[in-house]
Unconditional design. Structure first.
Ligand code: SF4
Ligand code: SF4
Length: 389
């Protein structure tokens, strides 16, 4: 009988250093990861630093969580390197707002300059073979992934697999949205990238995933429009697909409906079925959050692709991003990031930018980066009618 893939769930109620250190040690022990492997290793730490928001908004991997990962790497003689490139703002600005700047300074951390990229290939890719990613990954022995457990308007869940999209520099990520679309192809893009990274971090090199599920995000995630929600756990594993499957179970999502899990498992990129995963630490049922607000999605990604191509159906069936005059400061960050050039200058007297919903591809990049949480998802008329029934 082959051994099951292990995923650890450990309770962690807050971001106290001692509690984090203990949870990390227990979680790594649960999955059989020998921390001695950090000795002499270059370790690329990949948190989620989506944008410049205060840690209590639960948009970013909490800085205390990141600091604990730095500590455990250094305590075992490894060299941590911060690998992250926010979608829009500079890393310096995001680090200053999130509190990462103090950790970078205190630990004298090496930080990826996102102009330094390297090409990696995925010969087994379904759609996209070639990616430009952070160059330090090529020199790293371990990719230590530190995602935040959040909902996501397109993929429904963003956790270990999706967090690795951040190894692509800044605005190039929104251009990928334009290339891949937001239905079937977007999860395949994420998995083609994950496959390329998995090929690099195999053999003597490895990937390790430790999830900040202490304060997660529910509702309209993954940006400031989502709502922080206490979950109180740290998850760990070496298989990102299995980790995500457990994360989905924790918040009441069926992994069969999350393409970055189900399609990954079908491709052999990881284990997606709960019955093939051995959970260590705490029982899933003992800690699952039963009323977690997950994104309501009535369309499969294939149907979504179809509907988005039809002008008459798009606004009826797919949520559109709607800026609020009460919150918008007309900073136009949304216009800069929009890959479809669907956002224009506010018309005379208007206090929000002008949106062209026929050009909008529903990637929700604008919502993710809006610093004022001014953009919410407005359901289409048919969706509202279905909700009513
Ligand atoms: S909607 Fe948000 S990102 Fe866009 S202009 Fe207004 S405040 Fe800025
Ligand atoms: S308007 Fe927003 S959701 Fe639509 S394409 Fe632009 S960034 Fe994406």
């Amino acid at each position: 009988m082959t051994a099951k893939t292990r995923v650890s769930i450990r309770r962690c109620e807050g971001y106290d250093d001692n509690e984090l250190d203990e949870a990390f040690v227990r979680a790594l022990h649960d999955i059989g990861f020998d921390s001695g492997r950090f000795r002499g290793a270059r370790v690329a730490l990949k948190p989620n630093l989506l944008n410049a928001s205060a840690p209590d908004k639960a948009v970013v991997t909490n800085p205390a969580f990141f600091a604990a990962a730095v500590r455990i790497v250094k305590a075992h003689g490894g060299t941590p390197v911060l690998v992250e490139s926010p979608a829009f703002q500079s890393l310096e600005r995001v680090a200053a707002k999130t509190g990462y700047d103090a950790i970078i300074a205190a630990e004298r951390l090496e930080v990826w300059d996102n102009r330094s990229v390297a090409v990696i290939m995925n010969d087994e890719a379904r759609r996209f073979k070639r990616f430009e990613v952070a160059r330090p990954l090529l020199e790293a022995d371990i990719l230590f992934n530190l995602p935040k457990l959040k909902t996501h308007a397109i993929t429904r869940l963003t956790c270990a697999v999706k967090n690795l999209f951040g190894t692509i520099p800044g605005l190039a990520k929104s251009r990928w949205h334009m290339r891949a679309g937001t239905g079937d192809e977007f999860p395949e893009l994420i998995l083609d990238l994950y496959g390329a990274l998995s090929a690099i971090f195999s053999g003597k090199r490895s990937m390790l995933h430790l999830v900040d599920g202490i304060m997660g995000m529910e509702g309209d995630g993954p940006g400031p429009s989502g709502t922080p929600r206490k979950i109180g756990v740290v998850l760990a594993g070496t298989d990102a697909v299995a980790v995500d499957s457990v994360a989905a179970g924790l918040i009441g999502l069926d992994s069969a409906n999350i393409a970055t899990i189900s399609s990954a498992a079908a491709r052999g990129l990881g284990v997606g079925r709960m019955e093939d995963i051995e959970i260590k630490g705490v029982e899933l049922l003992d800690i699952a959050v039963r009323d977690f607000k997950v994104p309501a999605s009535r369309l499969s990604s294939r149907l979504r692709d179809y509907v988005l191509k039809m002008d008459a159906l798009r606004n009826l069936w797919v949520e559109k991003p709607l800026p609020s005059p009460d919150r918008c400061t007309l900073c136009y960050q949304c216009r800069t990031i929009c890959p479809a050039e669907a956002i224009g200058t506010a018309e005379d007297g208007a206090s929000v930018p002008k949106y062209d919903y026929t050009a909008c591809i529903r990637c929700y990049c604008c919502m993710e980066i809006c610093p004022e949480a001014a953009i919410r998802l407005e359901k289409g008329k048919l969706q509202r009618i279905m909700d009513w029934f």
